[in-house]
Write a protein that binds this ligand. Structure first.
Ligand code: SAM
Length: 360
């Protein structure tokens, strides 16, 4: 189905013994079994549906790179129906389904962030003493002395006696100022990298690299501006997994300046998308564009099975790669197709201008 040169055959005998067994059918039959090539999802299109249903319809060993950003389990519209178990199930299944469709030597790049406000029923309440907020001069000793003098007094009577609020009495006695209300479930940071790596290893991949993307400090999203020592949300990860096989190395993919500035750097700096008015969680084109330029060649097929507003497709078009997109919500498929049409129009204009220049 593609004009690619024939892939260099994988030396299956050079894999560890257990992998030789596990991969033999996939590598020797090209995983094609009975299916016809025309039945596979064709490149340069976005397909509406659940990634778990559509990934098996992609031609085995055909994808040079899959780069995507999944639901992060932070309660967005497209994930609010998922329990934590269902979310884990979605991600682990999607990762597993990637193994047969990636080219040997190809990559899976996952952009994800830790869950900063993860509800944990078992977590004890954080008790914070907000020292800078103490306004009443009444001390714990004052309250204890008053209780000794008037043992039958409740906190309202004590408050009246000492000229403060009953909350102050409560705080001085119990030292607690409970974040988010007394009966709310507590939240903590949930680190996702370990889970993602386990799912990828179980699927047959190897962890190849990880990068940090420093975006911008999202103060407005911070739910703990006060009464906490936690940091604001300002970076995400890109985990890169490798499917065993022959990987082409070409230093010319980037200029020496680009290798120095970001190609060989573990930390990437570029801002996130400022106005998210048409999609709740777009990543900037720069993110998939860097991964695509680093890990693929022109003409390769790039997959994004959580395509959202079509950013990966835009990056693929700009870098002369083909793409396959999958997105569950129809409204985002429409949005992505509109962006792609606009991008193609823009590329045509650019080409025509260059063409005109040539004849001037
Ligand atoms: C974090 S967003 C990706 C945004 C995208 N990178 C962009 O720049 O627009 C995740 C996307 O995955 C979609 N999605 C959620 N569950 C899905 C599933 N099971 N199969 C396919 N897409 C899904 C959501 O509708 C959402 O658009």
């Amino acid at each position: 189905m593609s004009d690619d040169p024939a892939p260099i055959p994988l030396r299956i005998d050079r894999l560890p013994k257990d992998l030789q067994e596990a991969f033999r059918e996939l590598y020797t039959t090209n995983g094609q079994s009975e299916r016809k090539t025309s039945a596979y999802l064709q490149p340069d299109a976005i397909y509406c549906g659940d990634a778990r249903q559509l990934l098996p319809q992609i031609e085995p060993n055909s994808i040079a790179l899959s780069v995507w950003s999944p639901p992060y389990f932070v309660g967005k519209e497209y994930e609010e129906h998922l329990s934590f178990n269902e979310w884990q199930n979605l991600l682990s299944t999607v990762i597993r389904l990637h193994f047969p469709i990636l080219k040997p030597g190809g990559f899976l790049a996952i952009n994800i962030a830790d869950i900063l406000v993860f509800k944990d029923q078992t977590m004890p309440r954080i008790q914070a003493e907000a020292v800078t907020r103490k306004r009443s001069p009444v001390t714990r000793e004052d309250v204890l002395k008053a209780i000794e003098q008037y043992p039958g007094y409740n906190r309202y009577q004590l408050a009246k006696l000492l000229g403060c609020s009953e909350q102050t009495i409560d705080r001085r006695l119990h030292g607690n100022n409970i974040r988010g209300g007394k009966y709310d479930v507590q939240t903590r940071v949930k680190i996702v990298g370990g889970m993602v790596e386990d799912w990828a290893l179980q699927a047959g991949f190897y962890t190849y690299d990880r990068r940090i993307w420093v975006k911008d400090a999202a103060w407005e999203n911070s739910r703990w501006a006060s009464l906490s020592y936690r940091s604001v949300d300002e970076f995400e990860y890109i985990y890169i997994f490798w499917k065993p096989g022959i990987t082409r190395f070409d230093r010319k993919r980037l200029s020496p300046e680009e290798w120095k500035n970001w190609g060989s750097r573990g930390v990437w700096y570029f801002p996130s998308v400022r106005s998210n008015d048409d999609h709740a969680a777009k990543f900037p084109v720069e993110l998939p564009a860097r991964v695509i330029r680093l890990l693929t060649d022109p003409g390769d097929i790039v997959l994004d099975c959580f395509m959202g507003s079509g950013t990966t497709a835009i990056a693929a078009i700009r870098t002369d790669r083909r793409y396959i997109g999958i997105e569950i919500l129809e409204k985002y498929v429409i949005l992505a197709n509109n962006r792609i049409e606009k991008e193609k129009g823009y590329q045509r204009t650019l080409f025509e201008c260059q063409d005109d220049d040539r004849f001037e």
